[in-house]
Design a protein around this ligand. Structure first.
Ligand code: AMP
Ligand code: FES
Ligand code: ZN
Ligand code: ZN
Length: 329
């Protein structure tokens, strides 16, 4: 049989990466991933060797991979998992995350929305009548910040990859949302009571992260969040993938050139927006008002009767969700 060969060593390749116009064996794929993470960290001064790092881990490939890569590069990093209460999806995600941490003897902090705040994401979505990702994203951001500050961590790492960032950039650009464009940076420095946040996978794709996990024997939650099915973010990813197939390298150029060329131009706008903030009357978090958005959400939805996932999905998502449930039984 005719196998393609690794560009670096000539051994049998396991993956082709059209944007690098090359194939790679398992070892050299790992080397490429490590080098891309090192480059992101160095170019954007993301981490220092003695930083106390908190990795936000969802149980998916990206966040487990970046936790693994950072440890592999010699950083010490603890994990944070947030139980969002999205039915079986969250149960399984939590199991993969705990298994990863247990097998390696790592410290994993866990916060369960239902246990600690008496709500979950489907219930919050139903009560607020907003798309689920809105309450979910806001809750996660608040809890990442709080856990980092309470635990004395220097920096929060998330597993956002090149596909995620390019899709967000695509959406922001379609709307010329200048405020969001100014804030879309792989590093948010610590300021105003918020911890530093970094995205070291900014140069690597979903496919590369899936390959990292397979080669390293990391089991992860393969399913997408059921509440995200049919959302715009996934549609933007598909659109970019279709462009990428025609013209390999355009996705990374779109995002990485934005960071290099446009972010410095937009930075001034960002500074202008960053004024002094108040402290939330309930929890002390930084906020523009009296009470932070998380405490307002908590006040509104905490204690509400739990709403099951399928009650808050749109028609298309519910059909896909129920079919997947039936297939799993
Ligand atoms: P997402 O918004 O689901 O694409 O996730 C982006 C990043 O946020 C992931 O790579 C993780 O670093 C983090 N994250 C998402 N969900 C969770 C969770 N339930 N617990 C902790 N971190 C999470
Ligand atoms: Fe937040 Fe799906 S993970 S709504
Ligand atoms: Zn090789
Ligand atoms: Zn608050």
């Amino acid at each position: 049989m005719n196998f393609s060969k690794c560009r670096v060593c000539g051994e049998r390749a396991i993956i082709d990466l059209p944007r690098h116009n090359a194939n790679f064996c398992a070892d050299h794929l790992l080397q490429l991933c490590r080098r891309q993470v090192e480059k992101a960290i160095k170019d954007h001064e993301m981490l220092s060797p003695d930083d106390r790092i908190l990795v936000a881990v969802s149980g998916g490939k990206d966040s487990l991979a970046i936790w693994d890569i950072l440890l592999d590069l010699g950083y010490s990093a603890d994990g944070l998992y947030i139980g969002l209460g999205i039915g079986e999806y969250s149960d399984v995600s939590g199991e993969y995350t705990r298994a990863f941490a247990d097998e390696r003897g790592l410290t994993l902090h866990t916060i369960d929305l239902r246990d600690e705040y008496d709500y979950d994401v489907p219930t919050a979505a139903k009560v607020t009548r907003r798309v689920p990702c809105s309450a979910c994203g806001m809750s996660k951001r608040h809890l990442f910040d709080k856990a980092a500050l309470d635990g004395g961590y220097d920096v929060v790492v998330t597993g956002h990859n090149l596909d995620d960032e390019a899709a967000v950039l695509f959406g922001n650009t379609l709307r010329w949302d200048v405020e969001y464009l100014a804030r879309q940076h792989p590093v948010l420095p610590a300021r105003n009571g918020f911890p530093k946040k970094v995205k070291p996978l900014m140069r690597l794709t979903e496919r590369e992260m899936a390959a990292w996990c397979i080669v390293r024997g990391i089991d992860y939650q393969v399913d997408e969040c059921p509440m995200a099915i049919g959302n715009k973010h996934l549609a933007y990813k598909e659109a970019l993938n279709s462009i990428e197939r025609e013209s390999p390298g355009s996705k990374s150029a779109f995002y990485l050139e934005f960071v290099d060329k446009m972010s410095p131009i937009l930075a001034g706008l960002n500074q202008a927006a960053a004024g002094e903030l108040n402290r939330c009357a309930e929890c002390g978090a930084p906020t523009t008002g009296d009470t932070c958005a998380f405490c307002r959400l908590h006040e509104r939805v905490g204690g509400h009767e739990p709403v099951p996932v399928e009650m808050v999905l749109n028609k298309k998502a519910r059909k896909a969700y129920l079919a997947a449930q039936a297939a799993g039984e």
